[in-house]
Design a protein around this ligand. Structure first.
Ligand SMILES: NC(=[NH2+])NCCC[C@H](N)C(=O)O
Length: 382
């Protein structure tokens, strides 16, 4: 009897120790997730750009987080702490996504438009005087270019009057070229092939001419993707209530068992999170550079995932419970491996990768300059 009492006491103390350790790991995980995205937000802010991080990767985080939050709401076994942790990193990820979108699309678009307008005004003031004195007989009014068609080679050779500019809708001569340089955006890099095709085809003259680039087609896809994920919580809240109401929670067996819906959601979330690293890995390979990427985000994520796994395994190694937690465990383990790969990529490309002499400052129309440069290069070759 006494032996039993002592054994129970020892077991309770062991359990208490394990719980403390598990809590400690869980706490480190929470803190790491809490700060993980801050370094990248600062880097984006400093470079006024978001091209170092793949937007697709960030969006998979948002979608995965939504599933995670819904999972927490559905599953009564989850602790409020888990829910608030998920809420914390979902919020910081959304902040990072909005910041990247702002720098990569909205701000860039505005800047380039402004430069375009300023250049047009500048050209209008300068050109007539110069052209008249140089060669008054050669003033030509170009014909309007049909929408979508390529400007003819001779079309830009001579002075373009404001009237013709207004009529044709053709971008002013070299309107983007005076902007300072910048690296490609993350999404531009991902779609490098198609955009370079677009740019390489028309070569108007040996003075390179750049045309405004359309916002990448993928942006529409991301918009839908994001809209769907933003909408999801609203729909799932009703779903959650209905589900919890109808099945009266007893279907959600928490004693080491698995809830079918929770498991499905867990596997879906794991697939999204695990797949999300691939666009980032691919982006780094494609650019051959990690400019604009802050490795601290992946270091924190790695530690957060590793301590998360530790916090579960320290508490129990009982197969029944591990099995129920499998999607979360596997996801965290695979993410640790993928984050390690990204960190190695970072080290490699920092030492042996491509370097750009140009700044990655998003204040300018870097892509436009690049487009012009590639057009120029193409023209020299041909
Ligand atoms: N927005 C977040 N940071 N979400 C947490 C993601 C957790 C997941 N295991 C991953 O590393 O991808």
């Amino acid at each position: 009897m006494e032996m039993d009492g002592q054994r129970h006491e020892r077991m309770r103390r062991d359990m208490g120790g394990k719980d403390d350790l598990s809590f400690g790991f869980g706490f480190i995980s929470l803190v790491c997730w809490g700060v993980a995205e801050i370094p990248q937000i600062i880097t984006n802010f400093q470079t006024k750009s978001g091209h170092g991080v793949s937007l697709a990767f960030l969006l998979t985080w948002v979608v995965g987080d939504v599933f995670n939050l819904v999972g927490c709401l559905l599953e009564p076994a989850t602790l409020p702490k888990q829910y608030y942790t998920a809420l914390l990193y979902t919020t910081s990820t959304i902040a990072l996504v909005l910041q990247s979108m702002y720098y990569e699309h909205i701000r860039r678009w505005f800047k380039c438009r402004q430069i375009n307008v300023n250049q047009a005004a500048e050209e209008d003031q300068k050109k007539p005087l110069r052209t008249k004195s140089d060669d008054p007989g050669r003033i030509q009014i170009p014909r309007a270019t049909p929408k979508g068609s390529t400007p003819r080679r001779d079309q830009y050779h001579f002075y373009m009057s404001p009237r013709s500019l207004a009529g044709s809708g053709t971008p002013p001569f070299r309107s983007y070229l005076r902007a300072a340089k910048s690296g490609p955006s993350a999404m531009e890099a991902l779609h490098n092939d198609s955009s370079s095709e677009d740019e390489a085809a028309p070569i108007p003259s040996n003075k390179s001419i750049s045309r405004p680039r359309p916002i990448p087609r993928s942006a529409a896809g991301y918009g839908t993707f994001l809209a769907a994920s933003v909408n999801l919580p609203l729909q799932t809240k009703g779903l959650t209530e209905a589900y919890v109401g109808f099945t009266a929670r007893n279907l959600l067996h928490e004693q080491g068992g698995e809830n079918v819906y929770g498991q499905w959601l867990g596997w879906l979330m794991a697939a999204i999170y695990m797949g999300g690293r691939l666009p980032q890995i691919w982006l780094n390979i494609k650019r051959g550079s990690v400019e604009g990427l802050n490795p601290l985000m992946f270091i924190f994520a790695l530690v957060a995932n590793a301590t998360y796994v530790a916090s579960i395994l320290v508490r129990t190694t009982e197969w029944k419970k591990i099995k129920a937690n499998m999607p979360w465990l596997l996801d965290a383990i695979v993410c640790v491996a993928l984050d390690l790969l990204i960190i190695l990529q970072y080290i490699y490309y920092k030492n042996f990768g491509r370097t750009r002499s140009s700044s990655i400052n998003g204040d300018n129309c870097g892509d436009y300059v690049e487009a012009a440069a590639s057009t120029k290069a193409h023209h020299v070759v041909s």
